[in-house]
Ligand binder design. Sequence first.
Ligand SMILES: [Zn+2]
Length: 216
Amino acid sequence: MNNNNYPTRSPAEYENRVKTIVPLLKNVLEMLGEDVEREGLIKTPERWAKALLDYTKGMEQDPKQHLQVIFKLDEENYPNDAQDMIIVHNIQFTSTCEHHLAPFRGTAHIAYIPNPESKKITGLSKLSRVVELFAKRLQVQERMTQQITKAIDDYLNPAGVIAVTQATHYCMVQRGVEQTSTSTTSTSRRGVFLTKPELEGKFQDYLRIELDNAKF
Ligand SMILES: [Zn+2]
């Protein structure tokens, strides 16, 4: 999708989409052998249509809105050779697998090292909003993880950024393909995280400290 092309969904457009989708979903239920007029199902196509639009609302949102630079590190406290990381761990997300339209849910851990020249930083909550935005699309986990680091790279231009996501895929769980405890891990690295593997080791050490602290 073109980054400059994010149509906004007006209330009228939203209603129009719901109206168009409802009869199609009714059809799907009928094809499953259901009686769409029975009490439990009478409003299901409409609920389902609204849920689908909610699961995919990130398709029309630009990550730029969450990645405005809100402040810069000051010169004195941030030497040019600094490699200090800003880490946000355990960002929970629920996304939709594009192959089966089933949910996959899990956590994302992100770290970036501010650019020593521009010293740009964003708010910590903005990183979880970026995860949420990409999760609310039809996705594959690997692509979502790449999109997260690309957006941070594009708008904050850090020295480096890394994201790790771990998720359980319900298309597998529900169909019995895999055990329910199995999770899938994806990683994406940019900038100095590609050239200095020791930084990733540090990142993992920090995540372990966070996990240990979480026990208390
Ligand atoms: Zn799937």
